[in-house]
Design a protein around this ligand. Structure first.
Ligand code: COA
Length: 205
């Protein structure tokens, strides 16, 4: 499985083992996406800063038999911190590595009943965002999902307050496929008021 995953360069082309330097960006290091292979990768994943800040959210409104999302400005901006991920090594766990540093990670879980490939975790460290790392991770997760026979779609959970992630997933071609206003129990560390689970899916054509 490891050998069949392509390393992915930030400019969107398949790479060798070396990744790519973008001209004129001396501070930016080459990033390659690969299967997490060693305990050091897990340490790196544990150090990823997955927190984010947003001045917009999607407020979930409802009628008796329906829901809709309203874009809403929030001031001051919301700060959200996720608990540090602690996945296990497997061929479904991918890292974006920049030399010895782990810039991001993504993990898949296959649900045999629904035949969905579920993205269990995806994060790019704050200092590496906006450089195509998230796109590369999604691309490789998609390719990994296609290796599992009969898998129909990529599926994931995010939150109505994670406006940046919703923009990212929409840009990646995911569509909203549901929500759950009861999932998050009060008292979960870091839970923000009005936080609702949103689900997105992208077909594996
Ligand atoms: C969401 C996240 C993974 C995106 O990763 P990233 O590396 O910054 O994304 P990329 O640079 O690959 O962006 C890919 C596309 O999404 C768009 N995008 C990314 N973040 C965006 C944002 N905040 N607003 C609007 N568009 C955005 C980019 O413009 C880009 O589009 P383009 O290629 O057409 O220009 C990253 O912001 C992150 O880790 N956030 C914190 C953790 C988190 O929320 N994880 C998701 C939990 S469900």
């Amino acid at each position: 499985m490891i050998a069949s995953l392509q390393l992915h360069r930030l400019d969107g082309h398949a790479a060798g083992t070396s990744g790519v330097w973008k001209p004129g960006e001396m501070a930016r290091r080459a990033v390659v996406v690969r299967v997490a292979a060693a305990p050091g990768d897990l340490d790196g994943i544990g150090k990823i800063d997955a927190s984010y800040s947003t001045d917009r959210i999607y407020r979930v409104r409802r009628s008796e038999l329906g829901f809709w999302l309203d874009e809403e400005q929030v001031s001051p901006p919301l700060q959200k911190t996720y608990s540090r991920p602690s996945p296990q090594l497997s061929d479904r766990l991918l890292v974006a590595s920049a030399g010895t540093e782990i810039a991001g990670y993504g993990e898949l879980r296959f649900d045999s009943w629904s035949r969905r490939a579920e993205i269990e975790g995806l994060a790019v460290s704050a200092g590496f965002r906006g450089q195509g790392v998230g796109r590369s991770l999604i691309q490789e997760l998609d390719e990994r999902a296609r290796q599992e026979p009969s898998t129909r779609c990529l599926w994931l959970e995010t939150q109505n307050v994670n406006y940046p992630a919703v923009q990212f997933y929409r840009r990646m071609g995911f569509r909203l496929c549901g929500l759950d206003e009861t999932l998050y129990r009060p008292g979960i560390p870091g839970l923000l008021p009005g936080e609702v689970a949103l689900y997105f899916a992208r077909d594996l054509a």
